[in-house]
Every structure is written in C-alpha cells, then in structure tokens.
Write a protein that binds this ligand. Structure first.
Ligand code: SF4
Ligand code: SF4
Length: 242
C-alpha cells in the first residue's frame, strides 16, 4: 500500500477529536460523506453585483459566524472564506462591489494538484477539503487562480460541530454543505436577503426550472477568468454595470 493509499484508507475510518463534541467525522467535507452527493444536481451561486452595496458585509459576517472562522488579530494571514472586493474599470473608472469565495470550479486545479486526494469535488459540484487527509502542503492554494483558499495558521477557536477546522490544514467556502445536504441554503445567501439586497441566489444549475437556471438562461452572466475554462459554479451578473 502506498502512502497515498494509506492516507486515503485512513480517511474512511479516522475520527479525530478536535474539541469536546467536535470530531472530524462530523464534517460535511469527508470523502465518505461526499460519496452520497447527488450527481443529478450541480449547486451554484448567481451574484448580481448591481445589488451588492459597498457599505454591507452581511455575507462575510454570516459566513464567519456560521462556520467559525475569523476573529483573529492577523488579517494578513487569518483564514477568510469570503471577502468583499471592489472592481474598478480601467476604461471608465466605474466601480462595482462583489463577494468573492471559492468558485466551485467544474475543472478545479486545486483538486488536480493535491497529492493526497484531500482536495475533492463532490458529484454535485461542491469543492471541499477533507480535513482527514489534508497535510497542509498548500499546493492547492498556489493552484487556485482566485486565491480562494486559506491556510489555518492560527489556533482554532469557536469551532462549530458542523464545520470543524484544523490548524495546519487548508480550507475554503464549503457552500455551507452542511445546510445544503439538509435542503437549506448557504448562510451568505440568507444574510444578503435579510439585509434587503438579495444579491446572491443559490440553486441547482442543472434544473431548468430553478430560479438560478432561469435567470442564467434569461440574462447575460460572467464567469471569472473565462479564459481558464474552469466552468465555475459561481456566476456574476451586471459585472460591467454595477
Ligand atoms: S476557486 Fe480555487 S479552491 Fe475553489 S474550486 Fe476553483 S480552484 Fe479550487
Ligand atoms: S494543502 Fe491542499 S493540496 Fe495540500 S493536502 Fe491539503 S488540500 Fe491537498
């Protein structure tokens, strides 16, 4: 058995205790749980940047609270699963705000380069890191063109039972897979709606009757870095008009 095989087999049985009541097996990102994902679906987000307000960070706060990251005192290195960006057009100077997170690529380079199989894509398109097998090499961080992943330098505190974290591993947006697997929506989507903006829609890109699929069919939208042919599950609309 190779070291890679050994690590993979360990993923199926290990139950590491991270904190009282929090184990890695509770994580919706384990390979074993990913095997149950529905290949008939592809989960995605559609973000209307014209509705994203520059004085609002409800999505970032909600993600942090839901998944237990943030609150550190080293902003340069602390993990961040979602961030707000301001884009400025070189041609017109026009500015637009947009939330940026893992784009849940159909062809994810982070998965291609991972030496342990920890970086994985579920059958329903959600890209995750299996904390059982991540060795913290950070190859995936270098491969991701969107700088969507974070290495956990800081000691982990405030862990959530549905999203355990590990110092020395890499993490990124899970699309709130623990909610999605129960029929819910990501925390950022709920928070944006609660703030009155409704800039983010979540849904099944493969279902032509879903709101997200209907909007994608009816209006122009953009994938970030389309030149890379990654076919991300996160799409943006009104990027040029804000
Ligand atoms: S955005 Fe980066 S981390 Fe997310 S799937 Fe694509 S390459 Fe991987
Ligand atoms: S840091 Fe990234 S590439 Fe390295 S083992 Fe972990 S998930 Fe895989």
């Amino acid at each position: 058995m190779t070291r890679r095989d050994l690590l993979r087999s360990g993923a199926a049985v290990a139950t590491a205790t991270l904190a009282p009541g929090v184990t890695l097996m509770a994580f919706g990102g384990s390979s074993a749980e990913a095997a149950g994902a529905d290949a008939g679906k592809r989960w995605g987000l559609l973000i209307d940047v014209s509705k994203c307000k520059d004085d609002c960070s409800a999505c970032v706060s909600a993600c942090s609270e839901e998944n237990g990251w943030g609150g550190g005192d080293s902003p340069e290195t602390d993990a961040q699963w979602i961030r707000k960006l301001t884009l400025t057009s070189k041609a017109t100077g026009h500015q637009a705000n947009m939330p940026m997170m893992c784009q849940h690529c159909e062809e994810p380079p982070c998965v291609d380069v991972c030496p342990t199989g920890a970086s994985m894509k579920r059958a329903d398109g959600i890209v995750l890191v299996d904390k059982h097998t991540c060795i913290g090499c950070r190859y995936c961080m270098m491969a991701c063109p969107f700088k969507a992943r974070s290495f956990v330098h800081e000691p982990v505190i405030n862990q959530k039972s549905h999203a355990p974290r590990g110092q020395g591993t890499v993490e990124s947006c899970t699309l709130c897979v623990h909610r999605v697997d129960k029929g819910g929506t990501p925390a950022c989507v709920e928070a944006c709606a609660a703030a009155g903006h409704e800039a983010i829609i979540f849904g099944d890109l493969k279902d032509p009757t879903s709101e997200i699929a209907k909007r994608l069919a009816a209006f122009p939208s953009s994938a970030l870095r389309p030149d890379l042919d990654l076919n991300p599950g996160v799409r943006y609309t009104q990027l040029g008009q804000g």
